[in-house]
Design a protein around this ligand. Structure first.
Ligand code: GSH
Length: 427
């Protein structure tokens, strides 16, 4: 009903069509001769009110309603010029409205990522009981993917249990273990297939947030680290969560000696993070979620300047911090992994493909081949998550063919960067 009420008010504000040709009004008695625009509006408004009340079964679906609207405003055949201008107007308004919700813009129509609301830390390292902290992830999400990688490399298993959400049809994260979005990716770890909510038994990630002590009504993002004893969200910022997983669960980890943030590299790691987050991790989103040409142009420029700089750096350094694989690499990897399949196409990061940066591509494959990383990489879930769910960016819902660079056979080709990974991870 809300649709009809909204439609009624939209119709009453329709501008006059800028075409001299007004087709006859279509009624149940046939076509009447040249009604005025006002007559058309009145008729639509009356019908909308009927649809809202006594005769609510008049349209069986929104598509039916739109057809009705078109016929009554313009007759059976909408003149092409009018069709284009009306659809453009309606679509642009709808698009801006949806984008403002999906990606709140700044005054300059640039995307500004909302800050994470929960930044708690453990009272002290090794204070956690097995199972006390629960990790919520979704494999499509690059931020959650970071946490799945560190969880896997540290081999935290069920010491820090995981629940895996999938995007629901309304765009909210939900728990639907039967959803087959992961089914084609044979390499994905069993524990990372979609699950029920294993900690709280909720249907939506949003419900988990709402259920926390004191309630919560804000954005319900993944990843999220939940404290099962205190019944509250402890942290929902991926850059914190990977640090916590790296250093605070060593008493429970099967690979406690792996340190992805060694003390002597901390300042280098921090410098890379400060460069990579705005320009690359969030940079691709600033391209895809830009709501003006200027905002997009500036995001693309900083993204590709940053990629050029990294390409040059990686010519002489296996990882960001020389031969040591660190959390900074984890953060960069999840963006690079999605680059050619998603960001280059859907987010218009189109200047150059990752495939055309030999060092970055080799680096990405090098990390993919570290034991414990590939099993967190689910390209099917990623393709589904972006192309089917980000409706304002891909309203037709059609997924492009997966670029060869993103299939697992090509990801497993030799990367020709020295064999340090086995030493680092030691699995
Ligand atoms: N700063 C957060 C960002 C997480 C984030 O934006 N996650 C997205 C999925 S990729 C999400 O859950 N969005 C849902 C929403 O914004 O309502 C982090 O790094 O953890």
């Amino acid at each position: 009903m809300a649709l009809f009420a909204q439609a009624s008010s939209v119709v009453s504000t329709l501008p006059p069509l800028s075409t001299p040709f007004l087709p006859p009004l279509y009624t149940s008695q046939g076509y009447s001769a040249k009604p005025t625009m006002q007559q058309r509006r009145n008729r639509i408004a009356i019908c909308c009110e009927m649809g809202d009340g006594s005769n609510s079964s008049m349209w069986s679906s929104p598509a039916d309603f739109v057809k009705f609207l078109g016929q009554n405003l313009w007759g059976r055949n909408l003149p092409p010029g009018a069709l284009v201008s009306v659809v453009k107007e309606v679509w642009t308004t709808g698009w801006l409205t949806m984008m403002a919700q999906l990606a709140p813009p700044t005054d300059k129509k640039d995307y500004s990522r909302p800050t994470s609301q929960f930044r708690g830390r453990l009272p002290s390292p090794s204070s956690a009981k097995p199972g006390q902290y629960h990790l919520y992830v979704a494999l499509a999400c690059p931020w959650a993917h970071r946490t799945a990688i560190v969880h896997s490399l540290k081999r935290l298993g069920d010491a820090v249990p995981i629940s895996v959400a999938v995007p629901g049809s309304t765009g909210l994260w939900e728990f639907a273990p039967k959803v087959g979005v992961n089914s084609k990716s044979g390499v994905v770890a069993e524990r990372l297939r979609p699950t029920l909510d294993r900690a709280n038994g909720q249907k939506l990630v949003m419900d988990v947030y709402k259920s926390q002590q004191g309630g919560y009504n804000g954005r319900s993002t993944v990843p999220m680290l939940w404290d099962s004893l205190q019944k509250r969200v402890m942290n929902n910022e991926s850059s914190d969560i990977i640090e916590i997983l790296n250093s605070d669960f060593n008493h429970l980890a099967e690979n406690p000696d792996l340190d992805l943030a060694p003390a002597d590299l901390k300042s280098q790691i921090e410098e890379w993070n400060e460069f990579i987050y705005p320009n690359i991790n969030n940079g691709v989103y600033r391209c895809g979620f830009a709501q003006s040409q200027e905002a997009y142009d500036s995001a693309v420029e900083s993204l590709f300047n940053a990629l050029d700089k990294l390409e040059a750096h990686l010519a002489g350094s296996r990882y960001l911090c020389q031969d040591t694989f660190t959390l900074a690499d984890v953060r960069l990897f999840t963006t690079l992994f999605r680059f050619d399949a998603v960001y280059q196409i859907l987010f218009k990061c189109s200047k150059q493909k990752l495939k055309e940066y030999p060092n970055l591509e080799g680096y990405m494959r090098d990390i993919y081949q570290i034991p414990g990383v590939a099993s967190t990489c689910d390209m099917d879930a990623i393709m589904h998550g972006y192309y089917k769910v980000l409706f304002p960016l891909n309203p037709g819902g059609i997924s492009p063919a997966m670029p060869r660079v993103a299939d697992s056979a090509s990801l497993l080709e030799p990367h020709n960067r020295q064999k340090v990974a086995d030493l680092v991870v030691g699995q």
